[in-house]
Write a protein that binds this ligand. Sequence first.
Ligand SMILES: [Fe+2]
Length: 475
Amino acid sequence: MTNTWHSGLESQREEVSDERLPVAGSFPSWLDGTLFVNGPGVFEVGDRRLNHWFDALAMLRGFRINGNTIRYTNRLVRSEDFRVASEEGRVRRQLPGTPADGSALRRLYLGLAGDFQDNPSIGVLHLEGSVYAVTESPIGIEIDPQTLQTVGRRDLSTGLEADATLGHTHVDEGVQWGLAPSFGRKVAYTLFRREPDEPPEAVTRLWFGSHPPYIHAFALTERYAVVPEGSFGVDFRALLSGIPRGRTFLDAFRRRDGTPRFHVIDRETGARTAAVGAEPFFVFHVANAFELDDTIVVDCVAYDDIRAITGLTVDNLRSDDPAVPRGDFVRYRLPLNGGRAERETLYPGPAEFPTINYTAVNGRAYDYAYLASIDRGSLPTAIAKVRPDTRETHRWSRAGVHPGEPLFVPAPNGGDEDDGVLLSLALDSNADRSVLLCLDATTLTERGRAPLPHRLPAGFHGQFYDATDPRRLMQ
Ligand SMILES: [Fe+2]
């Protein structure tokens, strides 16, 4: 079988500025705004290859879309990590799967000092009028939304007594809801809320020992925040003792003792309403969650084993026969009055990057989720639309095309929940270039595509900010 995914895991150093893209078919005339997609750009530093998919130096992709007029810009994010990598050929701070350059003593010092990477490849955050490229770090890198040039840095953990904030966050009626980890003898995750132009307020703090869960995202229902405490995470004792020998987060990523749980926190009071035990699981992304009588329903992509993290090495993903971690799209039912979580599969994986009509249905009962789904190789080969209640599924795929996250953009004054389009930045391996896809979200048929002048590595998460109403469209 031809390895069509390999090139989606290769570096791209070329930067393009404000180039108009040819369009086949049609993007809707109401689509007016900017799509940002964040993700890997470069997989090497000096003569070293970075080990893990999450290590790559970040590249922002920007598309200014007004109907069929699409202008494309891409730019490697000028973080401090990027500066040191390009000027000195060094890994400045430990990356998830690649140790920092330098002596054992220097690595230990950096480890003890809790110094973080600022290479922001996970997502984009529009906050108080500015746009930031973000990752699991205290630092958001502010970018000019037109040119994607780096224009500033902001410590997003200021005021939180925390060491970092997560790349995934919610914005609900203009209020940001986030999680902020702090590392010490014990590890805490602070749930916080931030009103525009106000300092963040801690809602509550979840405490863990020296082997905390890795938490990548969480869910909001109308009344609760739901935080998944999965079965795997970094063992910080093992990490600190291994750092001088060049060990990384990846090496110290281990199965945790005890029962994994979902923490259900009252958004108003901060009280923990329930901690619901579950069979071993690991979750990166939650599609949606909502309240149903005395139950919380959580729809997410769940993994059963540690390969969810350890299987995402660049070597494995590039290989002809990759062992891809399998995440299934599942529904958990969390009883609030005692008992364990029940789980059922909604759509068998491997699948990832779940999205919904976020502005209309996040936190509420809903009808449609969208995912990128893998049939072979290590990159998605299809976009799936799943109706969780009935498990009815529709799919879109084309041979040799690897779609990225399908971001739902609602039609203005849309009636039905699925009235809108899915934007997905894909790799067209047939043409050896990337292509911006626009699918009708109702029918899952292709409406338009805009080929890029070059090929990009597969990306992570995007946001489309409407020109007049720049709301967050996924968590
Ligand atoms: Fe993510």
